[in-house]
Design a protein around this ligand. Sequence first.
Ligand code: TMP
Length: 254
Amino acid sequence: MARRRQLYEGKAKILFEGPEPGTLVQYFKDDATAGNGAKKGTITGKGVLNNRISEYLMTRLSEIGIPNHFIRRLNMREQLIREVEIIPLEVVVRNVAAGSLATRLGITEGQRLPRSIIEYYYKNDQLNDPMVAEEHITCFGWAATQDLDDMVALTLRVNDFLTGLFLGVGITLVDFKLEFGRLWENEEMRIVLADEISPDNCRLWDAKTGEKMDKDRFRRDLGKVEEGYQEVARRLGILPEAGPRDMTGPEVMQ
Ligand code: TMP
């Protein structure tokens, strides 16, 4: 295999130089961290599953006109993506109270929110990714007001679409995190969805039983972590063993 230049190593992914200018290769690791690196571990097969799940979701989002960095999956653990200038924000959407919202505001986990909430966090490990307001974002120049407007509009569309997609396979989309980047094409800049969408950055609960099928199984030592990720892929009809031509498509739940 040709040697490639590694550009960045994060907690769950590695970015390599891509085969053409303006492209990168995103490699999905099995490493898992929680609490900003305080808890470390490995979830066997997670990288393979997240690569497939993120490919599937980004492709579905492209089909409804949500611009994103995904080009194509290369192999079990790698996908080709467009190189974007990452905006240093995590955009969190919440439909049901859970995690830090439940803890911070003393709201019972599992309570459906009367409307979806969008929160912003500044991506900075040293500062523990603090929550920030729109005023901080524009004041410190992390994103312009127009960029934020674009990000919010895209985020709400992603939330509506993914909520329906997951509900169709018996999963409640409780909350999730998105990241965005700036893509430059002929002097024109577009805000596009970047990073990944997978059980690492979504809370996914069985719609009937409330059973968790996401990284909370790792964060909270609930056991059967691998099984949670596999079940999400299975319900979406994209377990890797099936191979691209054998994909059965989503399993509709009654
Ligand atoms: P939280 O309840 O811990 O704030 O997380 C909200 C959602 O955002 C949850 O689905 C996990 C995701 N998330 C990330 O993907 N990365 C992060 O660094 C944080 C804080 C949350």
